[in-house]
Write a protein that binds this ligand. Structure first.
Ligand code: CUK
Ligand code: CUA
Length: 761
């Protein structure tokens, strides 16, 4: 019946199309009406993705102050997901179920919940210098933390707090095989959080770079195997790991090597004046392999239980060297072959290209021009530089092309992107972008094998660009075609969620997420949930002052549906979604309790509340999961202490008769005939060749099994002439039939669309 209905709708649509075709606008009409040029049409054709189409790349954008990650497709620039990281996000249940509260609790600092993050730099885990699509890391500048997101389900599974820094910026950057996730400090402070007066800035304030050991098999940062290199109180800024020839090394730039301390209120010039007084800052060169050996040899000092290689040790062991950088640098990016390091400068006009070969030679020959006040050797600029190339005002960040020697650099003040050749040192092209550009991202543009094709300018302060939405404007990510000699602007994507700094982009085919969890998974740990139950094993366990509900959710009911507790009880719901069909997600919300769970198929999540006030609290499913989603409900009844049920006896709801039962029974028999026809069709095809279909068929089989059980209960009640129970169970039997039929039709459509063959009669 449903398919007949669909067919007639399709037919009406076809007729309708025929009727209006005569009046349809031509492409020229539309161009005129919307004021579009041919160039616009070309740009549209390069980004437009018809319904059902997929993107070639996925971009993971920092969500800035939202403390989240934004995922969008390239070239369509369609936003696909916000990943909750440092900030509660109710749709995903993040920060509302007990499991994710435990993840957020890992990010507590000094006993305080920190419910936001200033995210700056996402990084994908790497294998042999290429992003592998397994894990995503992102830093929090304000509260020095790094989060680990598992890309098998796009959920945050770990947050680590930096135990020695007070702020950070140069994270997250990973080494070529994800051995370490690098995090560099920003604003100097005494390591470990002690107090020291600013008059002791030179002596007691410090910077640092932390190397977080990453266990790829477990997908976790291992704090005990991680260490920090203590650094002078220069404001360390961005970092990048060496690769190929420079593997084993990492690079972090810095600003305010003047170590100036402001104090406007004392009549001192502000930080901005004193921090840009000198002509040079320092690029820090780290031999992390050597640092790792020193750490493993135990030559460290423990601060807050964390291993720190002191400045003294770092200098003595030759772990760190400094190279002069032009005033107020920003951005440090290692070329795909690992031979060059490109550094921008906020107040400069040129980018500096350093040669790793020269740096290495200077270090090997101990060819230093002197030492900084902390004993770190300094390599003269001329002994490390490959080229300085005038690009324009305020070069910041760089990304590499698939073509040899080609790099793109953002020009903050000029609001442009420069395309240039870093081997030869010449500018090839420039494109104006909407102001003001910070980072930019090319497809896998920081890997050993960049993919080229597209570049995205990540602009801030998107004034005059979109329909006004109040004084706080969205940011603007602009897609640029870099496949030809000239860069071409294609599309503007407003980002309405914080100020994203950096984005990392990966070939979409490297991301292979799950479609459902293994039954009873705690998604926040990735492990089996101890409190998961199978359908039929649901229960309510009562102990003094405590009620624990072991529940399941399936279209379209929770089991149990009525939970009675006493005022003051602590009530815990462990709910498992027992669906097997893809995307059959349920939610779980309780009135006035600050609870919303997201229960994807197979997931188990926990809601914990204190039943403080007697009353009636409806709970329901918050995802429109089926036609009877609104009926996916229940009651939490909180009885006053010592409550005795003295209510007048009565029945809730309607009374059913034999006629009601017979009517429902007839409907069910007819429905079964439709189901049988669909089943006959499916089993006549090669449906087993389609994994998606196999999962759906399993789910439909479950539903039919439940239907059979409900039918049995209806028959039993009818035998006893209990028409009330018999009619209600017949109704439930029909509900399961409808779900089975619905899945069956989904399967049929899928098979038809994917060219299944009829193999049996
Ligand atoms: S920073 Cu924001 S534009 Cu945090 Cu990478 Cu340069
Ligand atoms: Cu489950 Cu709505």
């Amino acid at each position: 019946m449903k398919s007949l209905f669909k067919a007639s709708v399709a037919l009406t649509a076809l007729i309708g199309l025929g009727a209006t075709a005569a009046y349809a606008e031509t492409l020229q009409d539309v161009m005129k009406r919307r004021n579009l040029t041919e160039k616009d049409l070309m740009a549209a054709a390069k980004t437009y993705t018809p319904t059902g189409g997929r993107d070639e790349f996925l971009a993971f954008s920092s969500g800035g102050q939202s403390g989240q990650v934004i995922v969008y497709g390239v070239p369509s620039m369609r936003i696909l997901k916000y990943i909750a990281v440092f900030t509660p996000e109710p749709w995903q249940g993040y920060g509302f179920d007990e499991e994710s509260k435990a993840v957020l609790a890992q990010g507590r600092m000094n006993g305080k919940d920190i419910n936001w993050g200033d995210t700056h730099h996402p990084a994908i885990s790497e294998t042999n210098g290429e992003p592998d699509g397994k894990f995503l890391f992102i830093n929090d500048k304000n509260n020095p933390r790094i989060a680990v997101i598992n890309l098998h389900d796009f959920e945050t599974q770990q947050i680590v707090v930096n135990p020695v820094m007070a702020s950070e910026h140069g994270g997250a950057f990973v080494t070529p095989n994800s051995e370490y996730v690098i995090e560099a400090a920003q604003y100097a402070a005494p390591l470990g959080g002690e107090y020291a007066p600013l008059s002791e800035f030179n002596e007691k304030y410090r910077g640092g770079v932390t190397y977080w050991k990453f266990n790829k098999e477990k997908g976790r940062i291992v704090p005990e195997e991680s260490f920090t290199i203590e650094l002078p109180p220069y404001s360390q800024d961005l970092s990048d790991a060496g690769k190929l020839v420079s593997d084993g090394w990492s690079f972090t730039n810095s600003f305010c090597a003047e170590r100036y301390v402001g104090g406007i209120e004392k009549g001192r010039p502000p930080f901005e004046a004193g921090c840009s007084a000198n002509d040079v800052d320092y690029l820090h060169i780290f031999n992390w392999k050597k640092a790792e050996a020193v750490f493993k040899a135990g030559k460290v000092k423990k601060i807050n239980g964390h291993a720190v290689i002191t400045l003294e040790t770092a200098a003595a062991e030759g772990i760190v060297a400094l190279v002069a950088e032009p005033k107020s640098p920003h951005g440090v990016d290692v070329s795909p072959d690992g031979k060059f390091i490109v550094v921008g400068g906020k107040l400069d006009t040129q980018a500096s290209v350093y040669s790793f070969e020269k740096i290495k030679a200077a270090i090997d020959a101990k060819n230093f021009s002197g030492k900084d006040p902390y004993g770190l050797p300094i390599i003269a600029l001329k002994d490390a530089l490959h080229k300085q190339v005038p690009l324009g005002l305020g070069p910041l960040h760089s990304q590499f092309d698939s073509k040899n020697c080609i790099v793109y650099t953002s020009l903050y003040v000029d609001s442009q992107v420069a395309k240039w050749d870093y081997c030869e040192g010449k500018v090839l092209d420039k494109i104006s972008v909407h102001y003001n550009i910070g980072h930019l991202v090319a497809m896998e543009g920081e890997s050993v094998k960049p993919k080229g094709k597209y570049l995205i300018a990540l602009n801030k302060l998107a004034i005059d660009r979109f329909n006004p939405v109040g004084p706080l404007h969205p940011q603007n990510h602009q897609l640029i075609d870099i496949s030809g000699d000239k860069m071409e602007m294609l599309y503007d994507l407003p980002i309405p969620l914080g100020e994203p700094h950096y984005v990392t982009a990966i070939s979409a085919d490297k991301i292979q997420p799950l479609v459902r969890y293994k039954y009873g998974t705690d998604s926040r740990t990735g492990e089996a949930h101890k409190m998961a139950v199978r359908p039929g094993a649901e229960k309510i366990v009562k102990e003094p002052g405590k009620v624990t509900v072991f529940a399941t959710a399936i279209r379209s009911h929770f089991t149990p549906e009525i939970v009675e507790v006493e005022e003051g009880d602590e009530v815990t719901f462990h709910i498992t979604n027992s669906e097997r069909a893809q995307d059959e997600v349920h939610g779980f919300a309780i009135s006035g309790q600050d609870i919303n769970l997201s229960l994807e198929p197979g997931k188990t999540a926990t809601a914990k509340i204190k039943a403080e006030k007697a009353g009636v609290y409806p709970y329901y499913c918050t995802e429109f999961c089926s036609a009877l989603h609104l009926e996916m409900q229940g009651y939490l009844l909180v009885k006053p202490k010592g409550y005795k049920d003295t209510a007048a006896t009565g029945k809730e709801g309607q009374v059913y008769t034999k006629a009601d039962f017979d009517k429902q029974y007839k409907t069910n028999i007819e429905t079964q005939a439709v189901i049988d026809a669909v089943v006959k069709y499916i089993t006549s095809t090669n449906f087993k060749d389609f994994p998606t279909v196999v999962a759906l068929v399993e789910d439909a089989t479950d539903q039919l099994k439940f239907a059979g059980e409900a039918k049995q209960k209806a028959d039993d009640a009818a035998a006893k002439q209990d028409w009330q129970q018999a009619t209600l169970w017949a109704g439930q039997w029909w509900q399961y039939q409808v779900k089975a039929a619905d899945i069956g039709l989904r399967v049929k459509t899928y098979l038809e669309e994917h060219g299944a063959k009829v193999v049996a009669k």
